[in-house]
Design a protein around this ligand. Structure first.
Ligand SMILES: C[S@@+](CC[C@H](N)C(=O)[O-])C[C@H]1O[C@@H](n2cnc3c(N)ncnc32)[C@H](O)[C@@H]1O
Length: 349
């Protein structure tokens, strides 16, 4: 038992460090307090007991915080709502912890139920990290883009071309967009490139419909409650989604790619892409995915090229995620797509 508690507490503390690093002091502090409580066998242990045999990549700490946040947003937890900034609270961590702990006691059964669902963050900020990759493909091929996103969640990053990106060295996209990235770039990619998306499709094992009340609640619950900027971007992206409906198919990524890549798509550059997705796929699934992309690349031609773009945790440093196009490192960013640093000459990497 103490061993299971140690495993779980380590996961909460690890996420606390990430939250601190990524600008969520409230979640960093609540997760530390939750880890202390868990190690003492308190109410947090009673909610998380039994989840220690999941792989660390299943993001239990984020699912736990998301489950609590969901009950704040749907008005089940008015006392905690008075502290959470997402519902107008002051966000003071030490004042929030007692209410958080009471919520964990009162809502144990509901929280355990919610923890059964996967991590459903759909981070629209990652469009800013992926942008340069799409522009690179358009620039190299001079072809319109056919974009295929796997693990797309609600598909918010399937609409990356409907958002506005601003940097010290130029801007890209619709000036009137409700989704504006103004602080995402430390070293921006070249923005003086045009790209046209002519086809967009996505899949996810558990797609979220961003235009439904239920779907919007799910997406909002996974935003960290003191990150109001992220919440505003999400709300903007949900409105864009209503104007540009796209069905994210409820399908396994490898099955989706096998079907979509089976025949050559002439006159377009096909871009298979994903962000913060691979950690959820097992070894067999990865092999099937890689085989589907490799097969399509063998069948590709200059008039029907196939690219593989991704934003995934970096091999070099844990803190920075890497944007790769096929085998090439194009740039890095933080986990939610901020702090984008584009490489001046990717061919040297
Ligand atoms: C952390 S979310 C990231 C969502 C989105 N890519 C983003 O960056 O915001 C991971 C997503 O992968 C989906 N997923 C996990 N395994 C999958 C699989 N084998 N096929 C399709 N989707 C999968 C999950 O349902 C979840 O929506």
């Amino acid at each position: 038992m103490p061993e299971a508690r140690d495993v779980l507490a380590r996961r909460l503390r690890r996420q606390a460090a990430w939250c601190s690093e990524l600008g969520s002091p409230l979640y960093a502090s609540l997760l530390e307090s939750a880890a202390d409580d868990l190690q003492l066998g308190g109410p947090v242990w009673e909610v998380l007991e039994g989840f220690d045999d999941e792989p660390g990549t299943a993001a239990l700490a984020l699912r736990f915080m998301g489950a609590v946040h969901r009950l704040v947003l749907d008005e089940t937890l008015p006392e905690l709502a008075r502290h959470y900034p997402s519902t107008g609270g002051e966000g003071d961590a030490s004042a929030t912890w007692p209410a958080f702990k009471r919520a964990v006691v009162d809502q144990r059964a509901k929280l355990r139920d919610l923890l059964g669902a996967g991590c459903q963050t759909n981070e629209v900020g990652r469009s800013a990290a992926l942008l340069g990759g799409f522009l690179e493909v358009a620039h190299r091929t001079h072809l319109p883009l056919r974009i295929l996103e796997i693990g797309a969640s609600a598909g918010l990053n399937l609409r990356w071309d409907r958002y506005r990106y601003e940097s010290s060295e130029g801007a890209w996209g619709d000036e009137t967009s409700e989704v504006r990235f103004v602080h995402s770039f430390e070293i921006p990619p070249a923005m003086n490139r045009s790209a046209a998306v002519v086809e967009r499709k996505g899949c996810d094992l558990q797609p979220v419909d961003p235009t439904s009340v239920e779907g919007a609640l799910t997406l909002r619950s996974f935003i960290w409650a003191d990150q109001l900027g992220r919440l505003a971007l999400l709300d903007g992206a949900i409105r864009v989604a209503s104007d540009l409906p796209i069905e994210v198919e409820p399908l396994d990524a490898a099955d989706f790619l096998q079907r979509e890549l089976a025949t050559r798509a002439e006159g377009v550059a096909t871009v298979v892409y994903h962000s913060v997705f691979m950690q959820y796929v097992d070894e067999a699934g990865r092999k099937r995915l890689e085989a589907a992309v490799a097969g399509a690349r063998q069948r590709a031609s200059p008039h029907a090229p196939v690219y593989h773009l991704r934003l995934e945790p970096g091999a070099r440093t844990e803190a920075r995620f890497e944007v790769r196009l096929d085998d090439q490192l194009l740039g890095t960013s933080l986990a939610h797509g901020t702090g984008v640093r584009w490489l001046e000459d990717p061919s040297r990497q």
